[in-house]
Write a protein that binds this ligand. Structure first.
Ligand SMILES: NC(=O)c1ccc[n+]([C@@H]2O[C@H](COP(=O)([O-])OP(=O)(O)OC[C@H]3O[C@@H](n4cnc5c(N)ncnc54)[C@H](OP(=O)(O)O)[C@@H]3O)[C@@H](O)[C@H]2O)c1
Length: 284
């Protein structure tokens, strides 16, 4: 029975915290308290400090580094002896900075970002990437394994970088697919024929079929992964890659499409709404 504090019960945090409740003593905190009603069997904290005091492990599943700083940083003096498990998608540079802060507070830090969404979080089949010292990784591993398959990548920052590399591909693949669907619609070519050929080709990725119906029906409700988080991840990738001297021309294009989708009102919609960012005339 491990004492766990879980900060951030948004779309992913709820199913992840729910899995960790089993066999452990979990207390959860969320800025918007109403979201915590979806969690069963956990204690609820009124403020982050109360949550942090309870746990030996502090799980973070917050939007971004700013959310982490506003939730955790005012309570650094409560962290001594605890292990922070940061599971949201942030930049490697941000993760290393957090590690320093946490270490100065006499606590341990590891990053464990995830690939997979609400269904995988619910079934415990997330792909978890570890950036940590070997000791911290071993310490957190039994808990992480209740959430999915955990792979050690390297020191803090390496798993965050790997996660951004994967999410850059979410942008590229999804926007590429949406671009082809938009083109075929304009050419009045049946998309089902396109899918028939695509599915048996080397170009196929399972994500295409996952997003097809949403794009055809232009239905972006009840997102698993909102467009605003894809925008964040592409921005973090760009900020992290730019000083490394990479040519970001293709990424700039992807970001412009996502920005247009957000300007059209789809920040909180499913990221298949990138299709809307490809339209010249938003009215059509
Ligand atoms: N959804 C996915 O499929 C998926 C998959 C892999 C990784 N991720 C990553 O995992 C993280 C969480 O994703 P999610 O989909 O669960 O996001 P979400 O539903 O938007 O939840 C974000 C969480 O962060 C909190 N938060 C945001 N800004 C805050 C602030 N300034 N102060 C305090 N709390 C703040 C939110 O609190 P409120 O409820 O009060 O807004 C909520 O608990 C993100 O980094 C995301 O990129 C998501």
């Amino acid at each position: 029975m491990v004492k766990i504090s879980f900060l951030g019960t948004g779309l992913m945090g709820i199913p992840m915290a729910q899995r960790l409740v089993d066999g452990n003593e979990l207390i959860a905190y969320n800025r918007t308290a109403s979201k915590l009603t979806a969690l069963t069997g956990a204690r609820i904290a009124d403020d982050p400090g109360q949550a942090i005091d309870h746990g030996d492990f502090i799980f973070l599943m917050l939007s971004d580094a700013a959310a982490i700083h506003s939730t955790l940083t005012p309570h650094l003096n409560r962290l001594s002896g605890k292990t922070i498990v940061q599971m949201g998608t942030i930049a490697p540079e941000e993760s290393r900075e957090l590690e320093k802060l946490v270490q100065q507070a006499q606590a341990e830090y590891l990053e464990a970002p995830v690939l997979g969404s609400i269904p995988e979080a619910t079934s415990g089949t997330l792909l978890i990437m570890g950036g940590a010292s070997a000791t911290n990784w071993e310490r957190a591993l039994p808990l992480l394994e209740t959430l999915g398959a955990a792979t050690y990548i390297g020191t803090v920052g390496s798993a965050a970088a790997l996660k951004l590399a994967l999410n850059q591909m979410i942008g590229a693949l999804t926007i590429g697919f949406a671009q082809s669907l938009s083109y075929l619609a304009a050419q009045e070519v049946d998309y089902s024929k396109f899918m028939e050929i695509l599915r048996v080709s080397a170009l196929y990725a399972p994500t295409f079929d996952k997003k097809l119906n949403r794009m055809v029906e232009r239905n972006y409700a009840n997102p698993n992964f909102p467009t605003k988080h894809l925008e964040k991840d592409l921005r973090l990738f760009a900020n992290s890659a730019q000083p490394l001297g990479l040519n970001l021309a293709a990424l700039d294009g992807l970001r412009a499409v996502v920005a247009q989708s957000i300007a059209a009102g789809w920040a909180d919609g499913d990221y298949s709404a990138v299709l809307e960012g490809l339209k010249i005339d938003q009215e059509n």
